[in-house]
Design a protein around this ligand. Structure first.
Ligand SMILES: [Zn+2]
Length: 529
């Protein structure tokens, strides 16, 4: 659209510009037959879809609550059985079941497996405005002054700005309902799937999916024919723009404890004489990073795999959110000499996640504390090995003259070495996982999604967070996959008053409808049994 000086903008031009602005996105939607089918279904069945969602949200879903977790699993089996999927529970000792479903489409040469988790974070009702497992509907977000409204009755209009408040409304039961409604919409319109569809509903993601790798090994035969995994978990871009992500960062951590006197000392009697552990730890931490936030540990950035030209190109198209983020978080400066948030997410990070020595505030006392402790978190990118990164950190500490111990040091060790530090390494770190954006199984999916979202689609090489599932699928199963996000970013996930915006639930239906009906691959691959 040309940008004309205001005096050249005739009423007519203004009208046609407004027409395009309003109808532009809708026209793209309308052109997509599957999306149209979903939207028609929503228009007719919106209140019933919300009703079904409420049924699912009413069942508590912490992974350790085995009775309720099985109730959730049972309802999932029921929902997708009804929609032509053959369902089974993939059992593994000590784990909630994975709810698995498949629908084989005659002649299909591609198999998409949708990953969603049906468990949720613990929910302490005392912090919530309403009971986390009695879903309630609001006419808009609470933080915008929304008011509770009754559930719509069949035939009632449904607003996209409404929000449902309940644990797992966004994380991660919303995708289950979007999948369900997309299936119904396509069936109603007589549109067939173009790929085989598999469903993988994890029951312990919020507990880090400790058994997912073992379950995938045990039931390997069910996943061998998967062409690509669609991971439906997490929010869309901060601006609300549709988003696909191609991996996540790895994670590990290390706790450091520095020792001073063997017991806390009177700071008047010994101050200026006895070493102060807080001071010593501060000086060590200071050596790890420069004023711009660059990590000074030798080799810290050496193993980072470079980002491809294609990915750099996509990154350039990511809308700038720097000013909004800085304003939102009241940041007077950011690390990385002006690099954008998403550029920074492509590098490993080192964060002091916790610091402790003695007491502050009303508990402050006149003492030299005996110890000082810091917890350091590392987020990793493709190429970083968690163990090797921790080795680099230890090498740096030694270089600063510290004697490292891996448990409580005895009196003899403390007297022999002037600088004694205890190191506790995270035994459960895992590496980053990332699929190249131009992977042949993924490119057609991007193109098709873009055909309905238009240029608003944001492609992010990696999300900032870490999800073990990525590494299991990419590195262990050797399958490509992408993170397909649908929910609003301001959904309070993991916190009290978690919610989902109805418009995002409907966007999820659009997206699932598109994914169920991707154009058939041009060159047909090997026929799958
Ligand atoms: Zn989640």
């Amino acid at each position: 659209m040309d940008l004309l000086p205001p005096e050249k903008l005739t009423t007519m031009k203004l009208k046609s510009i407004l027409f395009l602005m309003i109808l532009g996105p809708l026209m793209t939607l309308a052109q997509h037959k599957s999306v149209q089918a979903g939207r028609a279904w929503i228009a007719k069945e919106g209140p019933n879809i919300i009703g079904e969602f409420n049924r699912l949200l009413s069942i508590p879903n912490h992974a350790s609550d085995s009775m309720n977790i099985r109730k959730n699993a049972g309802l999932l089996v029921e929902i997708f059985n009804k929609r032509g999927f053959s369902m089974q529970l993939l059992e593994y000792p000590g784990s909630p079941p994975v709810v698995y479903g498949e629908r084989i489409v005659p002649g299909a040469t591609r198999t998409l497996c949708f990953y969603v988790h049906y468990d949720g974070q613990p929910a302490d009702p005392s912090g919530w405005t309403n009971n986390p497992f009695k879903p309630v509907l609001y006419d808009k977000a609470m933080f915008l002054g929304g008011k509770q409204i009754p559930l719509p009755k069949p035939g009632d209009p449904v607003s996209e700005e409404w929000r449902i408040y309940a644990r797992s409304a966004s994380d991660d039961k919303a995708p289950i309902i979007s999948l369900m409604a997309a299936m119904d919409g396509l069936k109603n319109a007589g549109i067939d799937y173009t790929s085989n569809i598999k469903l993988f509903f994890d029951g312990e993601e919020e507990s880090s999916s400790p058994h997912v790798s073992a379950i995938l090994k045990k039931y390997k035969h069910l996943f061998e024919d998967v062409t690509a995994w669609m991971l439906v978990d997490g929010p869309v871009f901060q601006t609300g723009a549709p988003t696909l992500k191609f991996g996540g960062r790895g994670v590990t951590s290390m706790e450091l404890t520095v020792f001073g006197p063997i017991r806390p000392l009177h700071s008047g009697h010994y101050g200026n004489y006895a070493p102060v552990p807080g001071q010593m730890l501060a000086s060590l931490l200071h050596s790890m990073k420069d004023e711009q936030g660059n990590v000074l540990i030798e080799g810290f950035y050496d193993s980072v795999e470079p980002v491809s030209a294609f990915e750099l190109e996509q990154l350039k198209r990511v809308p700038s959110i720097e000013e909004t983020v800085k304003k939102d978080l009241a940041l007077g400066w950011t690390e990385g000499s002006g690099q954008t948030l998403f550029q920074r997410l492509l590098l490993p990070s080192l964060t002091i996640q916790g610091l402790s020595s003695g007491n502050v505030g009303s508990l402050a006392r006149n003492v030299i504390p005996a110890t000082a402790t810091a917890n350091l978190g590392l987020r990793l990118v493709k190429g970083n090995d968690p163990e090797k990164m921790l080795d680099l950190l230890e090498a740096h500490i030694k270089k600063q003259g510290w004697h490292i111990v891996y448990g409580e040091p005895d009196r003899e060790t403390r007297m022999k070495y002037p600088k004694v530090i205890r190191v506790d390494r995270d035994p459960d770190g895992f590496p980053a996982a990332k699929v190249p954006m131009d992977h042949p199984a993924i490119l057609p999916i991007i193109e098709e999604v873009r055909s309905f979202t238009g240029d608003r689609l944001v492609l992010l090489p990696s999300e900032g967070g870490s999800n073990n599932i990525f590494s299991v699928i990419f590195d262990e199963l050797k399958k490509p996959g992408i993170s397909v996000n649908i929910v609003n970013h301001d959904n309070n996930q993991h916190a009290e008053d978690e919610n989902v915006r109805i418009g995002n639930l409907w966007y999820g239906v659009d997206l699932m409808s598109v994914l169920f009906t991707l154009p058939k691959p041009a060159i047909s691959g090997k026929r799958k049994r």
